[in-house]
Design a protein around this ligand. Structure first.
Ligand SMILES: Nc1nc2c(ncn2[C@@H]2O[C@H](COP(=O)(O)OP(=O)(O)OP(=O)(O)O)[C@@H](O)[C@H]2O)c(=O)[nH]1
Ligand SMILES: [Zn+2]
Length: 203
């Protein structure tokens, strides 16, 4: 197996990482590449700020979404219907251009024997969104984490988002939403459940 292939198979936390100084130096290189003077007053601290900002944007790599969903509750007095968090603000970055993806996520599940604290559904969205993503992968990862952690009767995740790599550069189309969804279990198998999900989120 080639060296590249072995590297590609390593888990993210096992991959050798450059240090902070190297990261800031890379930003200085980019500034110089674009014709700027990285040492002028307004830019001298920019590499530090840039790396700080992207550590925040990409902080999801340090999170374990299944662990976020590990605290569950069984005492729901027979509650037996859909749980939906709709209009969760979504902020991510596309893996192709490292440009913002801004939109909303709707996350629903039909519990089997346990429910999760509802804030945790939004935390799972953030844990995956704060990574370099394609919208399809992001949608699927959120659904899979809920499936894995809660073993519910079904999961429905829908994301509607604008990609700034499409609105501010390249093809430059504004007010265009990319819509993706993953439906599992009853939401996939039962058209009435699928339709209820759409009605609840106002589609
Ligand atoms: N499927 C998918 N594509 C995405 C996503 N975010 C960005 N893209 C697309 O990724 C593609 C990358 O295409 P390339 O031809 O390699 O890159 P490019 O030359 O910058 O393409 P243009 O954006 O068309 O200028 C573009 O079509 C983007 O619109 C996403 O979340 N999912
Ligand atoms: Zn992009």
């Amino acid at each position: 197996m080639s060296v590249e292939k072995v590297t590609a198979l390593k888990a993210p936390d096992e991959r050798p990482r450059p240090g902070r100084q190297e990261a800031e130096e890379a930003v200085r290189t980019l500034l110089a590449y674009f014709g700027e003077d990285p040492l002028r007053e307004g830019l001298v601290d920019t590499p530090r700020r840039f790396v700080d900002a992207y550590e925040e944007f990409l902080s999801g790599y340090a999170e374990d979404p299944v662990a976020i969903l590990s605290r569950t509750f069984e005492e729901v007095d027979g509650y037996n219907d859909i749980v939906l968090m709709k209009n969760i603000r979504l902020e991510s970055h596309c893996e192709h251009h490292i440009q913002p993806i801004i939109g909303v996520a709707h996350v629903a599940y039909l519990p089997s024997d346990r429910v999760v604290g509802i804030s945790k559904l939004a935390r799972v969205v953030d844990a995956y969104a704060r990574r370099l993503q394609s919208q399809e992968t992001l949608t699927s990862q959120i659904a899979t984490a809920i499936e894995t952690a809660l073993a519910p009767r079904g999961v429905a995740v829908r994301i509607e988002a604008e990609h700034q790599c499409i609105s501010t550069r390249g093809v430059r189309k504004t007010d265009v939403a990319c819509v993706t969804q993953t439906l599992t279990g009853v939401f996939h198998a039962d058209p009435q459940m699928e339709a209820r999900f759409y009605r609840l989120i106002g589609v």
